[in-house]
Every structure is written in C-alpha cells, then in structure tokens.
Design a protein around this ligand. Structure first.
Ligand SMILES: Nc1ncnc2c1ncn2[C@@H]1O[C@H](COP(=O)(O)OP(=O)(O)OP(=O)(O)O)[C@@H](O)[C@H]1O
Ligand SMILES: [Mg+2]
Length: 366
C-alpha cells in the first residue's frame, strides 16, 4: 500500500506582510493528488507567543473582573434589603413602631419585608389598645378623685353659703352707704360660691347617667333662642354671627340638654376667637337626620390634640374643666345622634351635631 509521494517545489504565490504562502503539488506516480498549502511565517515566534500570553492574561482578568463585579452587585442586591430589615428590627426593638418598609419584590426578600410590615402593624394595633386601656384606667382614677374632691368641696361650700346668709341678716350695717358696700360684697361672695358649686355640679353630673326628658321640639326656634342668648356677648367680643337656619322637621329631643350642647360648642368658639371673628351657625335636614353646624374662624386645634378633644378633662385652657365637649358628645349620643369636629390650626373649627328625626309621634315624645 506504500506510495511514493513526490513533491515538487512549488512557487510562492503570494506574500502577506511577513507571511509567505507556498503551494506544493502532491503527485504519486502519475497521479496528481492535489496541493499542500504552506504558510511560512518569518516573524519572531517567541514574540507572538508572548503577545498571545499577554492577551490571554488581559482577557482572563477582564472576564474575572466582570464576574466579580456581577457577583458583588448580586450580593448587594440581596443583602441591602436584608440589612435595612435588620436596621428596622433594631428600631422596632427600641420602641419605634412608625416603620413601614417599602418593597416591590416578589421573592423571599420581598416576603420577609412584607411579613415584617405585618408584624409591625400588629404591634401598632396592640400598642394603641394598651394606650387606650392605660388612658381609661388613668381617667377612671381621675374621675373617682374628682368626685371625692367635689363631694368634699360641696359640704363646706353649703356651710359657707348658709353662714353668709346668716351674716347678711345679723350684721347688716345701719349706715346706708356701708350697707350698700356690704350687700355688694356679700353678693359677689355668693356669686363666686354659686360658680364653684356649678363647677362641682358639673364634675358630679358627668359621672351620673343622663335622664333625658324628650319632647317634640322645633329646633329652629331653639337655635334662634340660643342665638339671641349669645348675641350680646358676641357684640362685646367682636364676633359676627352668620345664621343660616333652614326650616327643620320636628325632632324628639330634650330641649334643655340640646341647648346646653349648643352653648358648650358656641362657648368654645368664642374662647377660640379672643380677638373676634366670624361664627357661622347653620342647620339643614337630610336623609332623616338634622344637621346643626357651628363654624368659627378661631385658633383651631392642633393635629395631636384633635383626637383628645372629646376626652373628659382634656382642656388646653387655664380655667377649662375639659367637660364641655365630653358632655356634649354624651348628650348627643344619648339621643342616638353623632357629633363631628373638624379643625385646621390657625384657621378655625367646625362642629356638626347630627340628630335623628324619629319617634316624634311615640308616647314618650309629647
Ligand atoms: N372651637 C374650638 N376651637 C379651638 N379649640 C377648641 C374648640 N372647641 C374645643 N376646642 C379644644 O378642645 C378642648 C376641649 O374642649 P371642651 O369644651 O371639652 O373643654 P374646655 O372648653 O377646655 O373646658 P370646659 O368646656 O369644660 O369649660 C379645649 O380646651 C380646646 O383646646
Ligand atoms: Mg368648653
């Protein structure tokens, strides 16, 4: 099977830089098998090897570099939310329950963040309930204390009142002028006693259950009555009253209590406008309910105080008991109604009393 291959020297066909192309014909016997194409590189081969080695090193470094950057980015993407979760857990442990972490992720990290938010929400609810309980305990303590103090004050107050009457009868000066001064003094002492007695009464009344004596009431007349009661004071305190009273259906309420409610709310408006202002009193009926709104251009209530205004004994005034709105709320709710309070600090407040129009023809409602 051996063949003699005779190769005749071919001719260089081309030259590309330092590379020679040589083509050799392959002939065995008389048969022509084809050609061998040789490339002869006349360059320094070790130089090429070195250049290739450098290229390979650079390529390897670049590939590794990109790999490291991508893995760093991936690990940062996963560890960053975990780190912020860990920070948030530390803040919650320190008592900050206002945290709410944001995430759009649907993977395990997103799930972890959502569970964390859920847990904090539950903790917030629990803490709100605990706070309410604490307040209720605190309040019932205050109410008990206030009641016992009120009782303790009322007895000596009655005694002082009687003694004053006794002094008035027994020691009345004979001289006309002295007698007038004496009468004035006695009257102002008795007025103060009466005021104190009224305050004590308010304390005690708050603890008692309300006994409503309901009757068919024309609220328009009642509101007009209240407006005429306050108009002298309004003029003195530079408060302009803007009534807008629509005709209302008759309601079944205790008129005296409702009058007290309106006066409590209006008094607060006066107190909130020490330099005068506007007082809008309006009424309308809708969906079987009567709405009475009292709006002032007074100081308004701050955001943190607005939740507390109906709490008994919450007051921002030096001489306030903090029972006006608490009592009003109780009376309105006892009538099956609702009271709302809206306010913007520095602009004014709006109180709405909502009373149901019902049972006007019932036996209780004469
Ligand atoms: N119209 C209002 N404008 C601004 N603040 C108001 C208004 N009405 C109520 N408030 C705020 O709500 C608090 C509670 O009112 P509330 O009538 O219950 O008590 P008070 O007026 O302080 O005392 P009291 O009515 O027992 O004399 C007030 O101290 C005041 O801070
Ligand atoms: Mg008040």
């Amino acid at each position: 099977k051996e063949r003699i291959i005779k190769a005749e020297l071919g001719e260089p066909v081309s030259k590309e830089g330092k590379v020679y192309n040589v083509i050799l014909p392959v002939v065995a016997g008389n048969e022509h098998y084809g050609y061998i194409h040789l490339k002869i590189n006349s360059e320094d081969f070790s130089k090429i090897l070195r250049a290739n080695a450098i290229k390979r090193t650079i390529a390897t470094t670049v590939v590794f570099g990109i790999g490291i950057v991508i893995s760093l980015f991936l690990s940062w993407m996963y560890t960053r939310p975990i780190k912020s979760d860990v920070d948030a857990v530390k803040r919650v442990a320190a008592g900050d329950l206002s945290i709410n972490l944001r995430t759009n992720r649907k993977d395990e990290v997103g799930e972890l963040t959502n569970s964390f938010n859920f847990m904090v929400e539950r903790l917030r609810e629990r803490s709100a309930i605990e706070e309410k309980l604490r307040e209720a305990e605190h309040l019932s303590g205050i109410v008990q204390l206030a009641k016992s103090v009120a009782h303790e004050i009322r007895n000596p107050l009655n005694f002082i009142n009687l003694s004053i009457d006794h002094i008035r009868n027994k020691y009345l000066p004979l001289n006309e002028r002295d007698r007038r001064d004496f009468e004035d003094m006695i009257t102002s002492i008795k007025n103060e006693i009466q005021r104190l007695n009224g305050l004590v009464g308010n304390f005690l009344d708050y603890g008692k259950s309300l006994k409503l004596s309901v009757q068919k009431t024309n609220l328009v007349l009642l509101i007009q009555d209240v407006i005429s009661l306050i108009s002298a004071r309004a003029e003195k305190e530079h408060v302009k009253i803007f009534p807008n009273i629509e005709s209302l259906p008759e309601v079944c309420v205790d008129p005296e209590f409702i009058k007290t409610c309106l006066l409590n709310v209006i008094l607060n408006s006066f107190q909130a406008m020490p330099d005068g202002g506007n007082l809008f009193i309006s009424s309308y009926s809708m969906d079987g309910k009567v709405f009475i709104t009292i709006e002032d251009t007074g100081l308004g209530v701050s955001k943190e105080n607005i939740q507390k205004i109906f709490d008994p004994f919450f007051s921002t005034k030096n001489d306030g008991l903090g029972l006006g709105l608490a009592m009003t709320k109780r009376i309105i709710e006892e009538h099956g109604g609702k009271i709302t309070f809206e306010s913007v600090e520095g602009k004014g407040s709006k109180v709405t009393l909502i009373l149901p129009v019902k049972n006007v023809n019932s036996i209780d409602c004469r």
